[in-house]
Design a protein around this ligand. Structure first.
Ligand code: PMP
Length: 351
């Protein structure tokens, strides 16, 4: 082994869901939105001046920050944007999780949290979900270096009540509490109001799901201006130009079109509710989901085998090998009605 090996930051990376190159598949594995972005996004794309790409982008991404502040009724200095919520979350870990005490998050959750914690040498302690895959708020009453969880949780889809979230915040006023609301628009109530009431709460959201723009990579954090200032200080010490010119230009019309956003989200919800009924009739078991995916299991089927058999049919869903507790589950993204009909049709035959 070379001597320099001991100085390498060795990490076990996060494994993103597959982006298969095969054509004509039904892709239900990474919780993307099956509908296109708002029409204004295409108009904005056509209007991009090629010459503008010679220049560095606006490091503050002000137009996008202002559009988001207006949409949520905030001041612009309460909003931070990044390259997808993954970038925003990584910056949050770096900025706010610097205690020697462990940060807390659920045992079954977004599998990037432990990767960032390991990479940044942040101690952590996972808190087991109960047998129905719900968080137990009392688990978060102990001393810690910070708290993070998604609401609704992923990959379970389970939504925690706002009163429970506030309870967790109340018990953790000496640390930063991050609520990852990647899926909140599909029927949950956002905890955004808590940022005015508590100075230690950060809400993170994304354009990847409800705004159909996973490929554009836009995420954002909302918190009181002091936290946003700390976050920007770290960002500017790392990479000033995280948001590119195109992402800033296309993000703005996506935020401004509230009507299209609400319509698209409603369509996904309607499909989800119908699919819930149909899967139940076929014997699938799952906790109620308030996200754009269902986390299902079945007493008579192996989920690993079903995953492979669906794949042979060109239907790609997500199966997790770890933790052990969720090996008998599949996570199925809600696609268009047509895509879901094909899935249900296959499952009927399969059973
Ligand atoms: N949080 C959760 C809970 C997620 O499931 C995802 C999607 N992988 C993200 C954050 C990151 O999404 P993005 O970087 O596309 O905003």
């Amino acid at each position: 082994m070379s001597k320099w090996e001991k100085n390498v930051r060795k990490v076990v990376p996060y494994t993103p869901g597959e982006q298969p190159k095969i054509k004509n598949i039904i892709k239900l594995n990474t919780n993307e939105n099956p509908y296109p972005p708002a029409p204004g996004v295409l108009d904005a794309l056509k209007k991009i001046d090629i010459d503008s790409l010679k220049l560095y982008p606006d490091p503050s991404a002000q137009n996008l920050v202002d559009a988001l502040a207006e949409f949520y009724g905030l001041r612009s200095n309460q909003v931070f944007v990044g390259v997808g919520s993954d970038d925003v979350l990584a910056m949050l870990f770096l900025t706010f999780f610097n205690s020697e005490k462990p940060i807390l998050f659920p045992d079954i959750t977004y599998s990037f949290y432990d990767v960032w914690a390991d990479m940044l040498r942040i101690p952590y302690e996972v808190q087991p979900l109960d047998e129905n895959l719900h968080m137990k708020k009392e688990d978060y009453y102990k001393e810690n270096g910070g708290v993070i969880f998604p609401n609704p949780n992923a990959p379970t889809g389970v939504l925690q009540e706002l009163s429970d979230i506030e309870d967790i915040v109340k018990h953790n006023q000496d640390v930063i509490v991050i609520i990852d609301e990647a899926y909140i628009d599909f029927g949950g109530k956002s905890a955004l109001s808590l940022i005015e009431k508590y100075d230690n709460v950060v809400i993170v959201q994304t354009f990847s799901k409800s705004r159909s723009m996973a490929g554009m990579r836009i995420g954002y954090a909302m918190a009181n201006e002091k936290l946003i200032k700390y976050l920007n200080d770290v960002k500017y010490s790392f990479n000033s130009y995280t948001m590119n010119t195109t992402a800033i230009a296309l993000g703005v019309p996506a935020v401004k079109d509230r009507e299209y956003f609400e319509k698209t989200v409603r369509k996904v919800i309607t499909t989800r509710e119908r699919v819930k009924k149909e899967l139940k009739e076929l014997g699938f078991v799952f906790e109620d989901s308030m996200s754009n995916f269902l986390f299902v299991t079945h007493k008579e089927l192996s989920m690993e085998k079903l995953f492979m058999d669906l794949r042979k049919e060109g239907i790609i869903v997500r199966h997790f090998d770890k933790p052990e507790r969720i090996r008998e589950y599949l996570r199925i993204t809600i696609g268009t009605d047509e895509q879901m009909d094909t899935l249900i049709g296959f499952l009927k035959q399969y059973l």
